[in-house]
Design a protein around this ligand. Sequence first.
Ligand code: AMP
Ligand code: MG
Length: 325
Amino acid sequence: MHRLRGGDAGALKAAADLLQRGELVAVPTETVYGLAAHARDEVAVRSIFTVKGRPLLDPLIVHFASLEQVSQVCEVSSASQLLADRFWPGPLTLVLPRKADCPIPDLVSAGKPTLAVRIPAHPLFRQLLQESQLPLAAPSANPFGYISPTRPEHVEDSLKTGVAAVLDGGPCEHGVESTIIEVTAEGRVRLLRPGPLSLESILALPGIEEAGAEPLDDTAPVAPGMLKSHYRPSKGILLFTGSPTNAAPGDAVVFLARPENPAAHQFWLSERGDEGEIAHNLFHLLRQLDGMAEIARVYVEMPESNAGVLKAVRDRLNRAATPPD
Ligand code: AMP
Ligand code: MG
């Protein structure tokens, strides 16, 4: 896998050329690194599933440069338009009805009548969408079920074959995957996956109301981000609040904020418990600990608050701590 440095002349053009030829390119986004392919190229899309070991039933998010491009493939209702105007570009994915003549292959959305779409905010990814003029299907650039990548080296470390290049945009700002919202036919919204943009901020928008709790499409899982076990490191993750009373000497202990007198094998996600910093560092620290041979298990402090991005942090930690069935 080549590393294309985002600031280098020619890097974007090289990435766009690879994508146009049907190759896979890992790209920086403001959430996590994505594994991008030309979304209308069914062969390229199929290779995303192969490289990640992702089941074909797990639909992908498609990224666009503009709302005009989105409206060529999906029905954009007035509620969707409100959300797009307010939150795009940004870390919000909308699940919208496909248009009857939608040119995106069914494989992208696992045969569903809906498509997950997003206009990202990361400057390099936006420039790539402009340069290539392609819709880009891009799930997180990690083996299925493992921790999402938030730095280019995470992609290089865990995807060894099938990826032509990674576009280096440095560490991702948010560090957790986008918020996914389904917009129902009645124009109401339903949270499918918590992320950097909170449901509270979405519902604060005049004209936006929450739909009932039951997903319209109950052929679950609607979003594999919703699988009970996901985002798993290979070491056992154990959650605690207060103090980790059962931690043994070989275990790492991860606190939300820096402890006063940190002992060996104690780590922290932020200096003072800032929620944005906690999310930003979460996957990077879990990966580092996963690679440390002297550490047996990892105890992680669970945020008590469910507000803002901490809802997403709690969600990812709960899944990381759940063993597969
Ligand atoms: P990833 O990019 O790997 O974080 O995964 C994208 C997420 O979007 C997955 O959890 C998908 O199931 C979800 N998703 C994509 N398309 C749809 C759709 N049409 N309906 C519901 N969820 C979707
Ligand atoms: Mg993923």
